[in-house]
Design a protein around this ligand. Structure first.
Ligand code: CP3
Length: 345
């Protein structure tokens, strides 16, 4: 097999450099919308797919080969490193992570082990090494951010309003602080290990942090996020920070030592720029539009491309993950459209 030329468009864009085409990848590009994924998933539990590096690598490669995207994202979950440090978590199809032993006190926080990637997640490191030999696009590593992980740990599963999480944050300041420190340490150790194994960029998912107002974000979250991104600086690997419904936090994010900010569809690129966001941007097509008529989807994609490419280094993505009812063909057509796009100046 001859190696294909390496497509580094995504990495250039992460560094804010101009690119020949707009790079694109999709959150949840590996998932149940793919018949091939469903066939593999029918044979394994979610975590089993993580534990077998050949399966993990195959599922990671699937969308790269099928859609022609400019980056691969390691197939795992934000809960993956929590399981070996003492969290009894399962991924239930159609629900998400469900935790049998939620955190209720400082004692529960203290029970969590310190992550040792070589012993706790060797399969993740092995999958990354395998993938680096197989891929001709960059491999993105990832982790959940402390608030988002804490929300699962405290609620015991998915939640709408993050009631218990916020109540814990307000009423148990010592335990909350300890939890943020532990999860912050874990995130740094985990991402550094992924980078050492070969991950070429890392995304930190803070999907649910938009539940906080900006003042609380600054008090409870900014310190740990600053520490995480500062700790990754000397790796030289680009960092991306993403959350949903977090438009009101964008200026706080802009001050973090992170390279790229991921937008959801609620905040347009133009609005973000008008707010004063100067970072490289990634986003932000509403994933629901994948179910809309092509003309509508194309018009919105063009608008995003027009806005995004006003500044060099833009990465096209969805504003959240691909839904299981999206069609492979739609994502193929969208990827082609993005790759062919040329800005009219
Ligand atoms: O292709 C990729 O994006 C890489 C793999 C990936 C998964 N989860 C696989 C997965 C990534 C990057 C994640 C991140 C993740 N997991 C986040 C952050 C991004 C986001 O979506 O907000 C969060 C909040 C989770 C927690 C989680 N795990 C949820 C909400 C769910 C989905 C529940 C459902 O069934 O819709 C999961 C399960 C999960 N993680 C699936 C996949 C492909 C579906 C699992 C299945 O096959 O049953």
């Amino acid at each position: 097999m001859t190696a294909k030329t390496f497509n580094d468009t995504f990495l250039k864009a992460c560094r804010g450099e101009a690119t020949e085409h707009v790079p694109v990848w999709y959150m949840r590009q590996a998932g149940r919308y793919q018949p091939e994924y469903r066939a593999i998933r029918a044979k394994h539990s979610f975590f089993e797919m993580n534990y077998i590096p050949e399966v993990c690598a195959e599922v990671t490669r699937l969308p790269v080969e099928q859609l022609g995207v400019d980056a691969a994202i390691l197939f795992a979950d934000i809960m993956t490193p929590l399981k070996p440090i003492g969290v009894d978590v399962n991924i239930e199809s159609g629900i998400g992570p469900v935790i049998a032993n939620p955190i209720e006190s400082l004692k529960d926080v203290e029970r969590l082990l310190e992550l040792d990637p070589e012993t706790h997640v060797p399969y993740i490191l092995e999958s990354i090494k395998i993938l680096r030999q197989q891929l001709s696009v960059p491999l993105i590593g990832f982790a959940g951010a402390p608030f988002t992980l804490a929300s699962y740990l405290i609620e015991g599963g998915p939640s709408k309003h993050y009631h218990k999480t916020k109540a814990f944050m307000y009423t148990e300041p010592v335990a909350w602080q300890a939890l943020m420190e532990k999860l912050g340490d874990m995130t740094i150790t985990y991402l550094k290990a992924q980078i050492k194994a070969g991950a070429q960029a890392v995304q930190v998912f803070d999907s649910w942090v938009g539940a906080l107002n900006d003042e609380d974000y600054r008090e409870y979250i900014t310190p740990v996020m600053t520490r995480i991104f500062n700790a990754l600086k000397d790796t030289g690997v680009p960092t991306i920070y993403f959350g949903i419904g977090a438009g009101h936090l964008l200026m706080d994010w802009n001050r973090l030592p992170v390279d790229v900010v991921g937008l959801d569809w609620r905040t347009s690129i133009t609005t973000a720029r008008e707010m004063g966001v100067t970072k490289t941007l990634q986003g932000n097509l509403d994933p629901t539009l994948l179910l809309a008529p092509w003309e509508k989807l194309e018009a919105k994609a063009k608008e995003i491309l027009d806005e995004g490419t006003k500044q060099p280094g833009f990465i096209f993505n969805l504003g959240h993950g691909v839904f299981p009812d999206a069609k492979v063909e739609t994502l193929q057509q969208l990827t082609k459209f993005i790759h062919r796009y040329k800005r009219d100046i």
